[in-house]
Design a protein around this ligand. Structure first.
Ligand code: IVH
Length: 692
């Protein structure tokens, strides 16, 4: 045996077994994590197993196999993708756009098969890229893109990095050859995270998860692909040798699931056009909440022999159809860019668009979020752009279409003053959002926004008090603050446009009803910046009553006082400061007092707050030898009262405790005028503060 040269013969059998076991175990955990979404061990334990296998394979290169999870990290870049000829062409699907198309498809199937009712396998139409995976005797050997349908590109190295794709199929007797067809995609959350990284690295962002998946899959350097959380769902089969073909599409996908391949849980079977349409509507309702994008659903004859019988027309199967959802993206032209003022004064640039149908509605405005975003996406007035409207989300401008930019496209310029109240627009250093400096006193837009928020369902919940009514009340100077709402009488309401007696009575009743609320709702309704529902709930729970919140807020801006607010879960310095600023403003305090005087009430409690320790926020420096206390004892006593012991004297030091032979620290304290304590003084301070 020659030392240092490891080949097959030299690998001790027990290590070979250990490597095989590690591989199997890692594959199992991988499947649980990426396919079943049910992690079976902590990440750290997985990493440890992985490292163990990596070390083994490094020590004995002969141990490395094509199905080892260690191959998933990416390989050396290739210069170009090799071509792969598909043994069975990868086709496309005919589309159905409305109920009529679906009924016609079902009728074609009934007629061709001479059935009364036809059974279909139904599944989402994944919005990604088609891919074919080849397994030989259960080992993943090749992946190819669809390409032109007959020839695609070899993306094996990249697909190896996709964790949900097994490198070895489960089961004792895998088929000699199995070609699995499916879709590679990127989950929405992974897409958002990727774009955040691209932004941070000043790299171009991807327009949508599909483009991101395509860009990641077509990387010549698979180490880049390895960083790009790609996923996969199977939806069909190419070549199958050495195993019987299941009888139905549903059974085929179930079998794929058993082999460890990712199949989608939303797959189902349905019967007749009614069944197909019911599935279409069910998935339409789920669409926005799914972790990945789908652009429709696919109906396929469930029986594979019937699929064969029907065969193909040109490049698409006769036995299947894709029923498309309304597109979520469309292109249009930016007519203008204006700004909108939100309830906290935030200035949002909004694109006015040539009307276009997106996601089933006509869109004429889309948000551009903020000035930086307009610059980064380089959206100009006159540009042709892609607009996106996903679910109930506000439409947004995704990207410009560079080749359609007109010569006279104009840059957006942030106005210097608020378009509503003419107060100066300010953008504090380091912040992305520009704001109207008018506040709700000067700016009607902020006033309206604030009142809308106050009355909204999750805040004080004043039924019937909508946008149009608030517009009128503010514009006619009937209402300035939320407290004014409770002074509205029937008389002032019926005098408004489009206000019938009955509606006015309903509003008065709703106002009355809204007076009984909870502390959390009340705090949330105030519209304090950074205080959303969950922070409002945490504050209410912690302090139990409003006066305790206001008292805690009044300490925040005092640098010497311990922050009571920051003891609340999830409240950090920024939120604490915002709450403090709100309650320091006498106008806000006045409005809160008026609201209470008008009868708004909620159950008040003691709260779970414990007062902060008396020496919290105080820094002590110990120097020299104390007569009775050891240094550790003194430190423990100080810390028990919330104080901190630091090593060196600075302006931030609250007290210097000096004993015998105190040296330079004492001198430095005297220089800075920091109070000095001896042991007796320290004990007295701690005793007094403890009693306080
Ligand atoms: S079946 C022979 N099922 O849609 C039919 N395709 O327009 C092969 N797609 O290129 C396709 N989800 O990339 C099928 N559940 C699904 C699908 C699906 C997405 C894509 C696929 C194909 C395109 C056809």
């Amino acid at each position: 045996m020659t030392l240092g040269i490891a080949d097959n013969r030299e690998v001790p059998e027990h290590l070979r077994q250990q490597a095989a076991q590690l591989r199997a175990e890692l594959a199992r955990h991988n499947h649980a994590y990426y396919v079943q979404d049910a992690p079976s061990i902590p990440d750290a334990d997985y990493d440890q197993l992985f490292r163990q296998l990596q070390l083994l394979e490094q020590q004995y290169p002969a141990l490395a196999t094509a199905d080892s999870p260690t191959c998933r990290v990416g390989a050396q870049p290739s210069r170009e993708f090799a071509q792969v000829r598909h043994a069975l062409a990868m086709l496309s699907l005919a589309n159905a756009f409305d109920d009529g198309d679906v009924v016609a498809f079902d009728k074609r199937m009934m007629d061709a098969l001479q059935h009364e009712a036809v059974e279909y396998a139904v599944e989402p139409k994944f919005d990604g890229l088609a891919i074919s995976l080849r397994y030989e005797h259960g080992i993943f050997v090749q992946a190819a893109t669809r390409g032109d349908g007959s020839t695609g590109e070899d993306v094996t190295a990249n697909i190896r990095t996709v964790r949900s794709i097994p490198l070895r199929l489960f089961g004792e007797q895998p088929p000699a050859v199995l070609e699995v067809r499916g879709e590679v995609l990127m989950f929405k959350a992974d897409f958002d995270a990727l774009n955040a990284r691209q932004r941070a690295a000043e790299q171009k962002e991807f327009a949508n998860p599909r483009n991101a998946a395509a860009g990641s899959l077509r990387q010549l350097d698979s180490r880049v692909t390895a960083q790009r959380a790609l996923r996969f769902f199977c939806y069909g089969v190419g070549v199958l040798e050495g195993a019987p073909m299941p009888a139905t599409h549903a059974a085929l996908l179930d079998w794929f699931g058993e082999l460890g391949l990712p199949v989608c849980d939303l797959r189902a079977t349905a019967s007749g056009a009614d069944g197909l349409l019911a599935y279409f509507h069910r998935l339409g309702a789920l669409r926005a909440a799914l972790p990945y994008e789908i652009d429709g659903v696919v109906y396929k004859l469930n029986r594979l022999d019937e699929q064969q019988q029907l065969g193909f027309v040109s490049r698409a199967p006769r036995f299947a159809v894709a029923h498309k959802f309304p597109a979520q993206e469309a292109s249009t032209v930016v007519l203008d860019i204006e700004v909108q003022v939100g309830r906290t004064g935030a200035i949002t640039p909004v694109a006015r668009l040539a009307p276009v149908a997106v996601g089933g509605v006509i869109v004429t405005n889309a948000t551009l979020h903020n000035e930086d975003e307009v610059r980064r996406k380089d959206i100009r007035i006159g540009d042709a752009v892609i607009v996106r409207r996903a679910g109930d989300v506000i439409p947004e401008v995704v990207a410009n279409i560079p080749e359609r930019r007109p010569a006279d496209a104009r840059q957006f310029v942030m106005p210097a003053v608020c378009p509503v109240c003419a107060s100066a627009i300010v953008k504090p250093e380091g912040e992305v959002v520009a704001r109207c400096g008018g506040g709700w006193i000067k700016c009607p837009a902020q006033r309206k926004g604030g009142l809308m928020h106050f009355a909204s369902r999750r805040a004080i919940d004043i039924e019937g008090l909508g946008e149009q009514l608030i517009e009128q009340l503010v514009d006619k100077h009937i209402v300035t603050t939320a407290a004014d709402l409770y002074k509205l009488g029937l008389g002032s309401l019926v005098a408004l446009e489009r206000m019938a007696d009955k509606s006015a009575q309903n509003i008065v009743a709703a106002l009355e009803k809204s007076k009984q609320t909870t502390l959390a709702r009340f705090i949330y309704a105030l519209g304090i910046r950074h205080v959303g529902e969950s922070t409002a709930k945490a504050l209410a729970l912690h302090f139990g009553n409003l006066d305790a919140v206001i008292a805690a807020a009044s300490h925040v801006l005092d640098p010497d006082a311990p922050s009571h607010l920051e003891q609340v879960d999830d409240i950090g310095p920024v939120v604490a400061k915002s709450i403090a600023q709100y309650f320091l403003d006498p106008l806000n305090l006045e409005m809160v007092a008026q609201l209470r005087a008008c009868g708004l009430h909620w159950p008040e409690q003691a709260g779970t707050a414990r007062p902060p320790l008396p020496q919290a926020g105080k820094n002590f420096v110990l120097t020299g030898t104390l007569p009775n206390l050891s240094r550790d004892q003194a430190q423990a006593m100080i810390e028990a009262e919330g104080g901190k012991v630091t090593a060196s004297v600075s302006k931030k030091t609250s007290y210097v405790v000096a004993g015998e032979d105190a040296g330079s620290k004492l001198a430095r304290a005297q220089e800075l005028g920091i109070p000095l304590l001896d042991e007796a003084g320290l004990l007295a301070l701690l005793k007094n503060s403890g009693a306080a």
